[in-house]
Write a protein that binds this ligand. Structure first.
Ligand SMILES: NC(=O)c1ccc[n+]([C@@H]2O[C@H](COP(=O)([O-])OP(=O)(O)OC[C@H]3O[C@@H](n4cnc5c(N)ncnc54)[C@H](OP(=O)(O)O)[C@@H]3O)[C@@H](O)[C@H]2O)c1
Length: 295
């Protein structure tokens, strides 16, 4: 079975450089897919409170028979829990749903609401051992610097949209300077832009006997980016893990770098007022907070 390399986070915790994401995986199917992913060899599972499938992740881990300490589980605090009190209660709820007494990594999912308060709740749970590492997601640079420099415990990870068309080199440099690991969400750009048939990627892949998807994962890991591709198909789980037996040439890496496209629309645009108003107003405040104030 493939042994997945790890990277050492800024607090000494080892994190696999390749994992399995379950965004948009329905709760009823999550346990099966997570069990399969662990059977195939994955040892990092990425879920979130907002995905509504933490319970399935916990069940899948137990069903797999893989020891809890051999699986790295990440979850994320949703915006509706973004205050000290709410985040604190929601950590207990995530642990209950996952059926575990600790998480390997808990992230703040978005930089909205009272995220400094929520960060203090993470720091507390980190101090008492319920969270082995804490970090953020979708924190643009000014916000991640804010937490990194002003909080007591700096984030270990920032999980941000990263794929061939948005490689995030500037963010990577800033995160590296701060000692924060860069984790990619949507490494395949969620299949947009016909990515699996991209001629540059398929041409590189053909020379190495690999698919475009495998080239993407290899290239991102070569840039010290942690990847968590999602698939519900077992053969693709195997394909996405079979990326440790080939090396990209410098020319391959240069061709990959040239795919970066500043004009490529963000999959989720945190700077677009319409998107933000929809999410914070309609979704979070009306649906999840019932119109109540978060702070
Ligand atoms: N922090 C955040 O805000 C955030 C946002 C988005 C995602 N994430 C995390 O990042 C993970 C990955 O991102 P994502 O799920 O949005 O998108 P993704 O991994 O970029 O792409 C997933 C899509 O690619 C397809 N696919 C996977 N492997 C393939 C292969 N080898 N060949 C062809 N198609 C393939 C999947 O289809 P099938 O399933 O049908 O195979 C699915 O449609 C998520 O699951 C989640 O854990 C985090």
């Amino acid at each position: 079975m493939t042994t997945i390399p790890t990277t050492t986070l800024n607090n000494g915790v080892e994190m696999p450089v390749l994992g399995y994401g379950v965004f948009q995986t329905p709760l009823q199917q999550t346990a099966t897919h997570v069990r399969e992913a662990l059977e195939v060899g994955y040892r990092l599972i990425d879920t979130a409170q907002a995905y509504g499938n933490e319970e399935g992740v916990g069940q899948g881990v137990r069903d797999s028979g893989v020891a809890r300490e051999d699986v790295f589980i990440t979850s994320k605090i949703w915006v509706s829990n973004m205050s000290y009190e709410r985040a604190r209660a929601s950590i207990d709820e995530s642990l209950r749903l996952l059926g575990t007494d600790y998480l390997d990594l808990m992230l703040l999912h978005q930089a909205w609401g009272d995220y400094p308060g929520a960060w203090r709740a993470l720091e507390e749970a980190y101090a008492d051992g319920r969270l082995r590492a804490i970090g953020v997601s979708n924190f643009y640079l000014e916000r991640v610097i804010d937490v990194a420099l002003l909080a007591e415990v700096p984030p270990a990870v920032n999980q941000i949209e990263t794929h061939p068309f948005r490689q995030q080199d500037e963010a990577h440099r800033v995160l590296s300077d701060l000692g924060i690991a860069h984790e990619a969400w949507a490494p395949f750009a969620e299949g947009q832009n016909n990515i699996f048939a991209n001629p540059v990627l398929t041409e590189i892949g053909a020379r190495h006997g690999k698919t475009a998807g495998q080239v993407i994962l290899r290239a991102l890991m070569d840039k010290d980016v942690i990847v968590i591709p999602k698939t519900v198909r077992r053969e693709r789980m195997e394909e996405n893990l079979d990326v440790f037996d080939f090396e990209l040439t410098d020319a391959d890496k240069a061709a990959f770098a040239a795919l970066d496209d500043p004009s490529f629309p963000r999959i989720f645009d945190h700077y677009d007022p319409t998107t933000v108003r929809w999410l914070l107003g309609e979704l979070v405040k009306k649906q999840q907070l019932g119109g109540a104030a978060l702070y």
